[in-house]
Design a protein around this ligand. Structure first.
Ligand code: PEP
Length: 251
């Protein structure tokens, strides 16, 4: 981690969380004390139904984000949510291109790029997810796949101020498996090079998160890897104890 990049620990609640889950968010906000605040940004992306209430709950500086957005600002798209709607509800971030969206909703790099453009249009800091499947890793194609995803999903106008990359090996999400720190370093260094190739010196400031089975017990080791500027956390972001335990890697 380079000192010019402020770490970010982001939680993705996925399709989990009723109103009662806001008590966990309140506990996270309470635990996000001055010492932690000085070291790391914290973000929680609850389901869209809870974004507005979460913003009210997390008044102490913990940011709230959306998990996905439509590329358009408004229109005849039943069930979809625009980046502008998320911003209107008080969200500061949006995740696009999560592997569950790429897999279950057949989102291509072009679709992810259009969604990322929407995030920037709505002035949301946009987290673009990339990562290889198990078969792609076994075939030795990790860097090729990640390189293609970065090239195809990153919007025009991307900068350190409005974009975060999350490297999430698909096979590590929700499985308890994690790559070796050497493998994480290889991919993060590769992404850094791709970013500086695309954005010049500005690429040095873009935060690159690692995601995939991050827990309090492995966070410190993973967060210490070169060019790892934080974490995108699924399961362990559902409780304040685990989420704050991960953020404590930066204390
Ligand atoms: C995720 O879905 O982004 C994720 C990293 O999940 P988990 O932490 O549960 O592996």
């Amino acid at each position: 981690m380079t000192s010019q990049r402020r770490p970010l620990v982001a939680g993705n609640w996925k399709m989990n969380g009723l109103k009662s889950a806001l008590s966990e968010l309140a506990a996270m906000a309470q635990g996000y004390d001055a010492a932690l605040h000085a070291k790391v940004d914290l973000l929680v992306c609850p389901p869209a139904t809870l974004v507005a209430a979460a913003v009210q709950t997390a008044l102490t500086g913990l940011a709230v984000g959306g998990q996905d957005c439509h590329a358009k600002a408004s229109g005849a798209n039943t069930g979809d949510i625009s980046a502008e709607m998320l911003a209107d509800a008080g969200a500061l971030y949006v995740i696009v291109g999560h592997s569950e969206r790429r897999t279950y909703h057949a989102e291509t790099n072009a679709v992810v790029k259009a969604k990322a453009e929407a995030g920037l249009r709505a002035k949301l800091t946009t987290i673009v997810c990339v990562g290889e499947t198990e078969a792609e890793r076994k075939a030795g194609k990790t860097l090729e796949i990640v390189g293609r995803q970065i090239a195809g999903s990153l919007p025009d106008g991307a900068s350190a101020a409005n974009i975060v990359i999350a490297y999430e090996p698909v096979w590590a999400i929700g499985t308890g498996l994690t790559p070796t720190t050497a493998d994480v370093a290889e991919v993060h260094n590769f992404i850094r090079t791709a970013l500086t190739g695309r954005l010049g010196e500005g690429g040095v400031g873009v935060r690159i998160l690692y995601g995939g089975s991050v827990k309090p017990s492995n966070a410190a080791e993973l967060m210490a890897v070169e060019n790892v500027d934080g974490a995108l956390v699924g399961g362990a972001s559902l409780t304040a104890m685990d989420f704050l335990g991960i953020a404590a890697a930066y204390k």
